[in-house]
Structures are given as structure tokens and as C-alpha cells.
Design a protein around this ligand. Structure first.
Ligand code: AMP
Length: 215
């Protein structure tokens, strides 16, 4: 499975980040998460961060040009397999990804779609907590820290992501349906879509994805 090129597609809170991390740790694929790169820029207060913050906190997408450039830069530094978490999110991004991959001589093996009902998404996002210091991610229902709302790794009090507040979550789901869902047919038509039921334990979902990819 080394050397694979994968895209993770799915609504916010469908577990893409968790799975991308498992794929990176277990299979050595380089995880490229546009959300993580943008949040890092926000923390550092860079120009990119200032621009990104305006969009992210409203639940809107960051402009295509900006995220495409970030992904191109990250892919250039990747010598082996990769896993894209949260990119592409529009048809335009997907088309530009094709051109970048071609230029770099890399291939895309599959687009993995995480299927999760809306009610479940809202439940998961309202239970998500992150560590503001070491950025570990928890879920108060499915993956709680050992001490209430305190990071297991560095002992810092956990916080909610600004864009996980209910009003913003509703907007993120709308934007997903409008801009990102069309990618499902885009990749299905090319025979690259692998659909997985992303409910249950992360380990189970991981094994399920591996099984589906082997087919
Ligand atoms: P995520 O962590 O993937 O949920 O991303 C958090 C936020 O970052 C999204 O709601 C968008 O505002 C922004 N973002 C992340 N990836 C992209 C992308 N590929 N295109 C546009 N905006 C993005």
C-alpha cells in the first residue's frame, strides 16, 4: 500500500483527519491537510492566516488559488505516497490537482468518500475538542481525554474549534453540499470513487477502507 495517492472526501466531521493520521502513521503516506495548514497560519498570524481566518470562521471556503498553491507546494516536497485531507473541495480545485499531479509525475489511486448522516455530523462536531497547545484532537463522546477537558499529552485545557460552533457548522454543511459534493460524481465517473460507511470506531473504519482499496 506504500506509494498510494489518495483523496479523502466527505462532510465536515466525517473523520477524514483521523483517518489521514492513521494512514500517515501506519502506511507512511504523507498527510496533506489544507485545514491544518490554514489553522497553523492563523496561529502564526501570517498574511495567509489573516486571509484564511475570515473565511474559515464564517464556514466559507478559502479561495481556490490559495489552497491550490499550498497543495502544490506540499506535493512537490513529497517523494512517495500522499493522502489529501480536505482537498479538493471544489471542481476547480480537482481539475487543478489533475494538472499538478501530471506535472509532478504522480498518480491518484482513489477518492475515498466518507458517508455520514447529517445528524451524526452535528453531534460529532459539537463534541469535538482540540488542544490549543499540541493540537491533539478529541471527541467528548467517542474519544474523550482521561481527565475532563484536559489534554492527555500536554495537560492543557481543551477548547472547541471556532468553526465547530453550531451556526458555522450549518453553513459548512451547506457549502459542502453545494461546492464539494459534485466531486463525488466527478471521481465516480473516472472509476476512482471508493465509498465507505464512516460510522463506528476509527480502527474499524480504517480496516474497512483498506479492505475497500484492496478490491
Ligand atoms: P477542515 O479542517 O478540512 O474542516 O477545514 C477547515 C476550514 O478550512 C474549511 O471549513 C475551509 O474554510 C478551509 N479549507 C480547508 N480546506 C479547504 C479547501 N480545499 N478549499 C477551501 N477551503 C478550505
Amino acid at each position: 500500500m506504500e506509494g498510494l495517492g489518495l483523496i479523502l472526501l466527505g462532510p465536515p466531521g466525517s473523520g477524514k483527519g483521523t483517518q489521514a493520521e492513521l494512514f500517515e502513521n501506519r502506511l507512511g503516506l504523507k498527510k496533506i491537510s489544507t485545514g491544518d495548514i490554514l489553522r497553523d497560519a492563523i496561529r502564526k498570524g501570517t498574511e495567509l492566516g489573516k486571509l484564511a481566518k475570515e473565511h474559515i470562521n464564517r464556514g466559507e471556503l478559502v479561495p481556490d488559488d490559495v489552497v491550490v498553491a499550498l497543495v502544490e507546494e506540499a506535493l512537490k516536497k513529497t517523494s512517495d505516497g500522499y493522502i489529501l485531507d480536505g482537498f479538493p473541495r471544489t471542481i476547480e480545485q480537482a481539475k487543478r490537482l489533475d494538472r499538478i499531479l501530471e506535472k509532478l509525475g504522480k498518480k491518484l489511486d482513489a477518492a475515498v468518500l466518507f458517508a455520514v448522516p447529517d445528524e451524526e455530523i452535528i453531534k460529532r462536531l459539537s463534541a469535538r475538542r482540540v488542544c490549543p497547545k499540541c493540537h491533539a484532537v478529541y471527541n467528548m463522546v467517542t474519544k474523550p481525554p482521561k481527565r475532563d477537558e484536559i489534554c492527555d499529552i500536554c495537560g492543557t485545557p481543551l477548547v472547541m474549534r471556532d468553526d465547530d460552533k453550531p451556526e458555522t457548522v450549518r453553513r459548512r454543511i451547506e457549502v459542502y453540499r453545494r461546492d464539494t459534493e459534485p466531486l463525488v460524481d466527478f471521481y465516480r465517473n473516472r472509476g476512482l470513487l471508493v465509498e465507505v460507511k464512516a460510522v463506528g470506531d476509527p480502527e474499524e473504519v480504517f480496516n474497512f477502507i483498506i479492505g475497500a482499496l484492496k478490491k
